[in-house]
Design a protein around this ligand. Structure first.
Ligand code: SF4
Length: 92
């Protein structure tokens, strides 16, 4: 099993109406952005053609890494998803 296959085993209930992580979409800072792009285990962070952060919360594993790394820059708010939403880990 590689990481991608393992992630595919998990189930995620996405709350389409509300993101549990709010990022600063205007943030431009190469060093911080590269850190979080490399560190997010679900590869949810990316950089657009203008050097701004691109983020998709739907596959979040709720590990908190982005909050610890970039909680004062890119990540403006970090909360766990509301009850009944979020990741369900399966170790199959
Ligand atoms: Fe990625 Fe973890 Fe942040 Fe979710 S909490 S976006 S999985 S680094």
């Amino acid at each position: 099993f590689d990481v991608i296959q393992k992630l595919g085993v998990d189930k995620i209930a996405v709350n389409e109406g509300s993101t549990h992580i709010v990022i600063d979409k205007d943030y431009v800072g190469e060093q911080e952005l590269q850190k979080v792009i490399k560190a997010c285990p679900a590869a949810l962070y990316d950089e657009d053609e203008f050097g701004s952060v691109r983020f998709d919360f739907a596959g979040c594993l709720e590990c908190g890494t982005c909050r610890v790394l970039c909680g004062k820059t890119i990540v403006k708010q970090w909360n766990y998803p509301e009850s009944s939403f979020g990741v369900e880990f399966r170790y199959g």
